[in-house]
Design a protein around this ligand. Sequence first.
Ligand SMILES: [Zn+2]
Ligand SMILES: [Zn+2]
Length: 421
Amino acid sequence: MSTPLPILLCPFCDAAHVLRPLPPGARARCRRCGSPLYARRRGTVAAAARLHLAAVPLFAAAHLLPFVGLELGGREQTTTVLSAALALWRHGIWWLAALVFTLMFLVPLARLLAALHLLRPLARGRLPSRAATTFRILERFRPWAMTDVYLMALVVAWAKLRDLGLLEPGPALFAFVAMLALLLGAEAVLEPLEVWERIAPQTRLTPAALATGRWIACPHCRQTLPADREGRPCPRCGGRVHARTPGSLARTTAWLLAATFAYVPANLLPVMTVVWLGRGEPDTILSGVAALYGAGLWPVATVIFLASIVVPVAKILVLAGLLAGIRTGRIAHPRLATALYRAVDAVGRWSMIDVFVVGILTALVSAGRLATVEPGPGISAFAATVVFTMIAAHVLDPRLLWDRAGARHVRVPLRPAAAGA
Ligand SMILES: [Zn+2]
Ligand SMILES: [Zn+2]
């Protein structure tokens, strides 16, 4: 009779691993698909709690004080962080204004409050009320908190406005950068699995129990559960458990088609019109990139080219390729396919840069007759493309790549996950 060990199924390929303590700084990778599983970080929960707490006054300052001002023809236009959403609202693009407001204010604020509610008691060894639900939601909305993307958009807007007028950084900008650094730091020191372990420990199984039973992974907290939990709430996190994302292929196909259709007007229609002294040409995404290259701003032009053209197209093509592979059962290299899937899932949110740039420019450049920036219909279509591809990647279950490759019944030898830096 061997002792039961904590078992973790890889969220990307279902291979079973034993959860083992790692040396500091090491990261465990799946032995079958190579995906990162968990890491040993220093001082995780307590350090993350302190960083989140320090970010609170900065969050307030970043959203209440003047952010950036633009001096143009003797008039100065001062904006706050939320001016971009407000400017889109004033131009009647309500859904886009609501989207920008949600991604760069509501979601980050909700995540900050949820982290404080959870991590501070947890660091002192107490479990706060609704800890599991809070952490599940906190994790779920992680890709939709776009503070970092917004900052990159500001850099692009700054470069675009260089010749137009004088930009003045406000105190909120410094608070915003400092807040972002703290939040990214908190993310870097926190291992989600450690929080789940404190809420309820990982299931322990003997090798015999693992081999004879059917086990599935909770898609939210990665708890290992008996297969008869299918369709019912997870005992650890309360989220609904499914061995595979229900309707994954049909839903991914639908979102991908929607994204592809939205991407056509996103490229054909103008995303914005800069009117300078009564004259202005509407810019599409492509002509905007060409103008940036023409002005010699090649680093910024490259950022926009990658974020607005390469990433969305690559994402649509990769997801379509993976779908085709799963549907036909022909996945020659499931390990490579899984890596591609992880890459498109991770970079997709950066395509929102252009949407934020249009919002920031619209807010800053409103100097009456001298110069204005008008958002065009293309930007709404483009934002829809980004959101649809993000959802398409989210609903595609990468474990299907391994099922259809005929690898479902292959069980890798039960060993600790591979440790590496
Ligand atoms: Zn794996
Ligand atoms: Zn769970």
